[in-house]
Ligand binder design. Structure first.
Ligand code: G3P
Length: 218
């Protein structure tokens, strides 16, 4: 499973890149607004740090403007993936970008029917939002299972399932059990994945016992 991080915070990205665990980055207009910086500059900075795919989202809602915006975003760097919403115009733009050889992430997916349309439109990634479904009392992971099953029936579909709106490490593990291709994780969730109380307790016991030996490795 590939791990992307869902942030536009350059410092977080630089820090997490040192772990070797990060395969790419996703952003959205909310995360860009939170950064307080100019959109195009943030994307250029991220692309300088991250060699993997970097999703940058169009903000237009009509096909023509989406195409102009997406081309501008794609011209920033070769690893930009243009993110479009799962709307009629978004999927038309997806088809056009994919014909131009530009990678596309179709976002705001909340049903298997939508995921099927994204795949048929040539999406590189489809982003189902598990956390937002859970927040509304639906089962986000059931949607991932449905999409995995639908895509598995048609080997010619190459769209990767990018699990988004991830809230906790359990979401990541459940998505991995289902065979999702990618999870995009808020930095806090990636950091939470390291931790287990028995690891802390076990390490403390090892260090206490080691100190009793009076030895040093170096
Ligand atoms: O970037 C898309 C998605 O990951 C947003 O997550 O937490 O705003 O539902 P969230």
């Amino acid at each position: 499973m590939k791990f992307f991080i869902d942030t536009a915070d350059i410092r977080e990205i630089e820090d997490l890149m040192t772990t070797g665990l990060v395969d790419g980055v996703t952003t959205n207009p909310t995360l860009i607004a939170k950064s307080g910086r100019r959109f195009l500059e943030v994307i250029a900075d991220i692309c300088r740090i991250v060699p993997g795919p970097v999703s940058a989202e169009v903000t237009a809602t009509d096909y023509q403007t989406m195409i102009r915006e997406g081309q501008k975003l794609a011209s920033i760097a070769g690893n930009v993936i243009v993110k479009v919403p799962l709307t009629v115009d978004g999927l038309k733009a997806c088809r056009t970008f994919s014909g131009m050889g530009i990678g596309v992430n179709v976002t705001l997916c909340f049903s298997a029917a939508q995921a099927l349309l994204a795949a048929k439109s040539g999406a590189t990634y489809v982003s189902p939002f598990v956390g937002r479904l859970d927040d509304q009392g639906y089962d986000g992971m059931a949607l991932i299972e449905e999409i995995v099953n639908v895509y598995q029936n048609y080997t010619q579909l190459t769209t990767q399932i990018l699990v988004a709106s991830v809230r906790n490490p359990k979401h990541v593990v459940e998505a991995a059990l289902l065979g999702a291709d990618v999870g995009t994780l808020p930095p806090t969730v990636l950091k939470q994945m390291y931790h287990h109380p028995l690891t802390d307790k076990g390490l403390q016991a090892f260090l206490t016992d080691w100190s009793k030996t009076g030895q040093s490795i170096l």
